[in-house]
Design a protein around this ligand. Structure first.
Ligand SMILES: Cc1cc2nc3c(=O)[nH]c(=O)nc-3n(C[C@H](O)[C@H](O)[C@H](O)COP(=O)(O)O)c2cc1C
Length: 341
C-alpha cells in the first residue's frame, strides 16, 4: 500500500478558509487575513481592523483570530488530514498568528465531525433565553472543551454570577459614557454589508435590566424594544493562566471550541465583553490569585437567529507565497483538532 502524502488541493484549503471566516469576532470586525502556502494556511491579524477604543492592546483581536484558527483546524481536519499547528511562528512578523498545516491523512473522528457540522450553525444570539436550566452534563462538556485548548471555563453561580453581571452592567455604563465608544460602535453597526453587526442582530433590551447585552441597535434606550430575559442566566467566565498574546490566542481557540460544542448541544450563546474592556473592572473580575479573565459568556436555550455578513474569501486571501524562512516558531506538541497543547 502506498503511503505517499497527497496534500489537500488549493481549492480544499480555500474551502477551509471559507469556514474559518465564519468565526465570531469583536463587533464582527473579521480582523484576519490568510495565505495559502503549499499544504499550509497562514493566518494573519489585520491591524487595520483593530478596535482602538475597546481593544487598544489587541487582546480581543487575538481572541477573534484565535477563534478563526480553531475553525480552520476543524475544517482542515474534516477534509481528511491531521493538522500541525504553529502559534506565533515568526518573531520577525508579529502579524503572523498561526500556521495550520495539513499533515498525514487521517480518518474523521466523531468529535471533529460534530464540531465541523456546528460551524455554519453557530451564531451570536442576543435575545431572551428560556427559563430552563442548562444541564450539569452540558456544562461539564463545555468546561472540557475549554480545557482541551488550554483555558479554564468557570460557571459563575449564585452570588458570584450576580457579581459578574453587576460588573458587566457597570462597565457597559462607563463605556457608553465615552463619546469615542459611541463613534466606534457607529462604525461597526447599522446597515452593514460585509462586516459589522447589522441592526437586526442587535436583539431587544432586557426589560428587567439584568443582562447587559451590548447595544448594537443605534436606537435611543427608550425607543429600543424590550422583553423580559431569563432572570437567572447561566454565566460562564473564560480565564487563562497568563495574559500574553499566546494566551489570548489560546483563549480564542478555546472560545470557539466552547461555542461550537454549545451549538452541537443545542445551546445558544452571547459573549459579554464589556467587563473585560474596562481595565479596573477586568482587574476586579480577575481577582486574586490572578487568572486573567478573557471573556464572559451567557448560554441557554434561545430562539433561532440569523447569520451575520462576512467578507468574501477573495478579500481575506493574500497572494500565495513561499513561507518565510524565519517562520520557525514553537510547534504545538500535538496534532489534530483533538488537542493542541
Ligand atoms: C472577542 C469577542 C468579543 C465579543 N463581545 C461581544 C459583546 O460584548 N457583546 C455581543 O453581543 N457580542 C460580542 N461578540 C460577538 C460578536 O459581536 C459576533 O461574533 C460578531 O458580530 C459576528 O456574529 P456571529 O457571532 O453571529 O457570527 C464578541 C465576539 C468576540 C470574538
Amino acid at each position: 500500500m502506498s503511503t505517499s502524502f497527497v496534500p489537500p488541493s488549493r481549492r480544499v484549503l480555500i474551502d477551509c478558509v471559507r469556514s474559518a471566516v465564519t468565526a465570531p469576532s469583536l463587533h464582527n470586525s473579521q480582523p484576519w487575513l490568510f495565505r495559502i502556502d503549499g499544504p499550509a494556511v497562514e493566518v494573519y491579524a489585520d491591524h487595520g481592523r483593530l478596535l482602538r477604543v475597546v481593544d487598544p492592546e489587541g487582546r480581543e483581536q487575538m481572541i477573534s483570530v484565535g477563534a478563526a484558527v480553531f475553525t480552520l483546524r476543524v475544517a482542515v481536519r474534516r477534509s481528511g488530514y491531521q493538522t500541525r499547528v504553529q502559534l506565533l511562528p515568526s518573531s520577525d512578523d508579529p502579524a503572523l498568528v498561526a500556521r495550520v498545516s495539513a499533515a498525514r491523512p487521517a480518518r474523521l473522528d466523531k468529535v471533529t465531525e460534530a464540531l465541523a457540522a456546528a460551524i455554519p450553525h453557530r451564531h451570536t444570539n442576543r435575545g431572551p433565553f428560556a427559563q430552563v436550566p442548562v444541564p450539569r452534563q452540558a456544562l461539564s462538556r463545555l468546561r472540557d472543551a475549554a480545557a482541551q485548548e488550554g483555558a479554564i471555563l468557570r460557571v459563575a453561580e449564585g452570588e458570584s454570577r450576580d457579581a459578574v453581571l453587576e460588573m458587566a452592567r457597570t462597565a457597559d455604563r462607563w463605556l457608553r459614557e465615552r463619546p469615542e465608544y459611541a463613534r466606534e460602535m457607529r462604525r461597526w453597526t447599522g446597515e452593514t454589508y460585509h462586516d459589522g453587526v447589522p441592526t437586526w442582530a442587535a436583539g431587544p433590551w432586557d426589560a428587567l435590566g439584568v443582562i447587559p447585552v451590548r447595544d448594537f441597535s443605534r436606537l435611543p434606550r427608550l425607543l429600543r424594544p424590550s422583553e423580559p430575559y431569563e432572570p437567572h442566566p447561566t454565566i460562564l467566565v473564560l480565564v487563562t493562566e497568563g495574559d500574553t498574546r499566546l494566551d489570548w490566542l489560546r483563549a480564542g481557540q478555546a472560545l470557539q471550541r466552547v461555542l461550537l460544542t454549545a451549538t452541537w448541544l443545542g445551546l445558544a450563546a452571547t459573549p459579554i465583553s464589556q467587563p473585560v474592556e474596562v481595565p479596573t473592572v477586568r482587574r476586579i473580575l480577575t481577582g486574586t490569585p490572578a487568572l486573567p479573565v478573557q471573556i464572559v459568556l451567557r448560554i441557554g436555550y434561545g430562539r433561532t437567529t440569523g447569520r451575520t455578513p462576512r467578507r468574501a474569501v477573495t478579500e481575506v486571501l493574500m497572494p500565495d507565497g513561499p513561507s518565510d524562512p524565519a517562520t520557525s516558531g514553537p510547534e504545538e506538541p500535538s496534532v489534530g483538532v483533538e488537542r493542541t497543547r
